[in-house]
Design a protein around this ligand. Structure first.
Ligand SMILES: Nc1ncnc2c1ncn2[C@@H]1O[C@H](COP(=O)(O)OP(=O)(O)OP(=O)(O)O)[C@@H](O)[C@H]1O
Ligand SMILES: [Mg+2]
Length: 386
């Protein structure tokens, strides 16, 4: 495509929050379009640029970004700042967690009303649960929903090898976020708590935890604090108590997995296929589903196709979903049997044979054996088993 380079530069500028880059490449694009006779398109771009100049940017989340403090020794940034948009962030969680998150958001949106009535707001939420299930993504979603910049603490910047510097860094970061409307996100929260394991660091850690508590207590209601961890048991109980909302973001249930397959596969798979994949993917995290979906889309595109094949997706999904302690043969048998149980009409012997890449005879014998085992009968071994 012509002008792809300019478009890519504009996208890059937008993602890196670099308005100067966006503007200069948009101007270049308008000039190029003009020279090839596309004056209407060029005019539209120039109008958009003129509008953005006159818009009062101070109201936008972008303008609230400042210069993030750095660690005085390593010069590493203490946090990353990001402006998230609801169009770019999609998060799928089970209904109870979703209800809690929505409640948190609606309380924050109604902050003025609550404060006017003398009921304080509690703008802090701790998300916990297994890795790859969407905690970081949910942090971005909260920021996008509230239209506030997300300031994610960087542990490599915060934790200093110099005595006393970690606590100092924490104070600097908290002071920085208190100076503006934003969300402070302490992602991978356990990284600080985990230091407790190290006996040599015990004294320093106590100071860090105390400093963290003091900083959290000193936060005003304008600063929203969210934290995420997948080692909640490592958190100091005193820290745990500081969070008004605690949301467990667990392994996705079947309906959530269906939504994720549908979202990540886009138009590449039918609704029916997404239902089937959801049914056989118990034990897969959101990150696993995204990876499998993206791999299969890549395969489809390379094969000049606009749909992914169930034959490609199925074995990969099953591989990630079933427990590992089984031998490969047991695993295969288990998977065949489980898939058959989902729907005997859809998963005929022929379809199963195709999906698992084995003969129909093999499917038949596996299912008969599994049935016999479930009914308490062991089939005597034949020479074929050896
Ligand atoms: N519930 C979900 N909804 C949407 N996308 C998800 C979900 N869970 C995982 N993903 C996808 O997987 C990626 C990894 O998820 P994420 O980083 O949010 O997990 P996490 O819970 O923060 O993991 P960790 O505890 O390891 O930090 C995300 O970028 C997203 O694309
Ligand atoms: Mg995370």
């Amino acid at each position: 495509m012509e002008y792809l380079l300019e478009v890519l530069k504009i996208v890059d500028g937008g993602l890196k929050l670099n308005p100067e880059k966006v503007k200069s490449y948009a101007e270049l694009l308008a000039d190029k379009l003009e020279t090839v006779g596309e004056s209407k398109a060029a005019l539209r771009i120039r109008q958009a640029l003129a509008k953005s100049r006159s818009d009062h940017v101070a109201t936008s989340a972008l303008a609230r970004l400042g210069k993030v403090p750095v660690d005085s020794e390593s010069r590493i940034s203490l946090a990353d700042e990001e402006v998230c948009s609801t169009e770019d962030v999609n998060v799928f969680i089970e209904p109870n967690a979703e209800k809690l998150v929505n409640q948190f958001l609606s309380h924050l949106e109604a902050a003025d009303k609550l404060v006017a009535e003398g009921v304080g707001i509690a703008p802090s939420m701790l998300m916990y649960g297994p890795p790859g299930c969407g905690k970081t993504e949910l942090g971005r979603y909260i920021a996008a929903s509230l239209g506030l910049p997300l300031i994610t603490a960087r542990t490599d910047g915060l934790i200093s090898s110099y005595l006393g510097n970690t606590a100092k860094n924490l104070r600097t970061l908290f002071e920085y976020v208190m100076g503006k409307p934003c969300i402070l996100f302490l992602d991978e929260f356990d990284a600080i708590a985990k230091l407790r394991d190290d006996q040599h660091e015990l004294g320093e850690l106590k100071r860090v935890v105390v400093s963290l508590l003091q900083n959290i207590d000193a936060l005003d209601n304008n600063t929203i604090l969210i934290a995420a961890t997948n080692h909640e048991h490592l958190l100091d109980p005193a820290i745990w108590r500081r969070f008004a909302y605690k949301a467990k973001i667990d392994m996705p249930i079947m309906e959530v997995r269906r939504q994720m397959f549908h979202f990540f596969l886009g138009g590449f798979a039918s609704q029916e296929d997404c239902h089937l994949l959801a049914a056989v993917s118990d034990g897969m995290t959101g990150a696993d589903i995204r990876q499998v979906a993206e791999d299969s889309k890549r395969e489809a595109i390379l094969a000049d196709s606009h749909s992914v094949s169930l034959e490609y997706l199925f074995p990969r999904t099953l591989q990630l979903s079933t427990p590992n302690e089984l031998t490969p043969k047991e695993k295969l048998n288990e998977q065949i049997s489980q898939t058959r149980q989902i729907n005997t009409k859809i998963f005929t012997y022929k379809r199963l044979a195709k999906l698992f890449g084995v003969s129909t005879g093999k499917i038949c014998s596996v299912l008969k054996n599994m049935e016999a085992t479930e009914n308490g009968f062991e089939r005597p071994a034949t020479h074929k088993d050896r």
